[in-house]
Design a protein around this ligand. Structure first.
Ligand SMILES: Nc1ncnc2c1ncn2[C@@H]1O[C@H](COP(=O)(O)OP(=O)(O)O)[C@@H](O)[C@H]1O
Ligand SMILES: [Mg+2]
Length: 473
């Protein structure tokens, strides 16, 4: 099950706080008990030491004092309740004990007794001696020749300490409980407050759909994390909006371009059907229809190319391509068309061994389109010159014409799909306006660029730059 960030934040925050508080309480109590114990041990220890010297005379004989209470009083003050002394002989028989034990014995476990026999002192907690636990020291009395002569036990009730620890547990339990509850409540509130803008952002982003891509998310605080996220989302919506409108425009343009030849064909075919007895007319109609079909298939092919170039960029491995060779090929192919039109087509210079990495068919298509345009938009008697050179580790190909030129206003759109300069100015020639967009698409896929310099009535120069690659690669 997935919890909200808010719930998770609150949970971890509260859990961490609880663990820290419990750790603190545990460490505190442990340290305190250690301090208490060492004090108590020092106290019972020194009474036991003193007893050793009190109950044994220099010959190693045990002589019990009449009243142990006096000794206890001297150490613990007037109140001797809860503090006990007991002396037993080396066999475990009780020799004497403080009267406040009122008949009960201080216990001696087999291990403790064994310790004493081995002349070792034992400190231990005797649980539930009376109503409380008791700290007890068991100390052997050893005389040189005789060895173990007696055992002294001194115990003191842990009533005081137990009471303190009971209160501590009580205080800690209540305190930690309350602190955790408060922390959880405050944590929930803070998390909700901190994440509120995210909730707003979510609903704002949800409101924006394909139909309302012009909307933007309001940004209250542009510099914090949420503000930056909102800005990023807004930028993304902007890009979406742009590509949506591009797609719409493209679909409209493409449909329009395909519709025109279809309309012409339909009209011609309809008339031809009525004039079925005139074979000459029928033939003319078919020829004209074929032209329109060619035109349509050109457009469709170009459109397919446009989509393919993008896909190819990722899928097709690039290979070294000799641009100068491709240029010569393409140049030669267009020569005849130029000659027919009366346009002088010259290769000014062709630098040898220009190698770029790419795909030769696409590079050829690019060069053809540029030279083709130059010839197409240059009236008879004009000149188109082509050159290639290597500049700044780029292959630079220039196609210069003395043609109609391009207006400054049209230049920014010249590489757009379906863009054509007004037909009246270009003399009615020209295709669907996809050629240059294919060129720029190919150049871009090769990490190159095409620049344009043109003046109306003077001519245009298209410059293609492609990064050179190592010829040996
Ligand atoms: N060398 C040039 N001289 C003048 N105008 C040009 C030249 N090349 C392209 N253009 C203009 O740019 C438009 C777009 O070119 P392009 O994309 O190749 O389409 P088209 O199919 O019309 O050739 C052309 O219609 C033409 O008006
Ligand atoms: Mg063209």
């Amino acid at each position: 099950m997935a919890f909200s960030i808010r719930t998770r934040l609150t949970f971890w925050y509260t859990a961490l706080l609880t663990v820290s508080l419990i750790l603190f309480a545990a460490t505190f109590s442990y340290t305190l008990s250690k301090i208490f114990m060492s004090r108590i041990d020092r106290q019972v220890g020194s009474i036991a030491n003193m007893m050793v010297h009190t109950v044994m005379n220099p010959r190693g004989e045990i002589l019990l004092p009449a009243d142990f209470e006096i000794i206890l009083e001297r150490f613990f003050g007037v109140r001797t309740a809860g503090s006990y002394i007991q002396v037993i002989d080396q066999h475990g028989n009780i020799l004497g004990r403080s009267s406040n034990l009122s008949g009960a014995n201080l216990p001696i476990s087999p291990e403790t007794y064994a310790n004493a026999v081995n002349k070792a002192t034992t400190f231990e907690v005797v649980p539930r001696f009376g109503s409380y636990s008791m700290r007890m020291v068991t100390k052997p009395i050893v005389f040189k020749e005789k060895g173990l002569v007696a055992i002294v036990q001194v115990g003191t009730s842990l009533e005081f300490m137990e009471e303190i620890f009971n209160s501590l547990i009580y205080i800690f339990t209540i305190g930690i409980g309350v602190a955790v509850l408060v922390a959880a409540a405050v944590g929930t509130f803070l998390a909700r407050k901190a994440l509120h803008p995210v909730a707003e952002l979510t609903s704002a982003a949800r409101r924006i759909e394909a139909e309302s891509l012009n909307e933007r998310i309001d940004i209250a605080t542009p510099n914090d994390e949420i503000g930056m996220l909102s800005t990023t989302i807004n930028e993304m919506i902007e890009r979406l909006e742009k590509s949506f409108s591009q797609i719409k425009q493209f679909t409209a343009d493409a449909s329009h371009e395909l519709k025109t030849p279809l309309t012409i064909m339909k009209g011609e075919v309809e008339i031809a059907l009525r004039a079925k007895d005139d074979p000459e007319y029928l033939r003319e109609t078919l020829e004209s229809s074929l032209e329109e079909i060619d035109r349509m298939s050109d457009i469709v092919n170009n459109l397919l190319d446009l989509t393919k170039i993008e896909a190819e960029r990722k899928a097709t491995p690039t290979v070294p391509v000799r641009v100068d060779k491709v240029l010569t090929e393409r140049f030669d192919a267009i020569k005849r068309v130029a000659a027919e039109k009366g346009v002088e087509l010259v290769m000014e210079s062709n630098s040898a061994a220009l190698t770029v990495s790419g795909e030769s068919v696409r590079i050829g298509q690019l060069l053809s389109n540029l030279i083709d345009n130059a010839v197409k938009y240059t009236p008879g008697g004009g000149k188109v010159s082509v050159s290639s050179a290597s500049e700044d580790s780029c292959a630079v190909i220039r196609v210069k014409d003395t043609g109609v030129g391009i207006d400054k206003e049209d230049m920014p759109f010249i590489f757009d799909r379906f863009f054509r300069v007004d037909k009246a100015r270009t003399g009615g020639v020209g295709g669907a306006g996809l050629g240059l967009s294919i060129c720029s698409e190919i150049a871009e896929s090769l990490k190159g660029e095409i620049t344009l310099d043109s003046a109306i009535g003077v001519g245009s120069t298209f410059t293609l730059r492609l990064p050179l690659c190592d010829a040996t690669a």
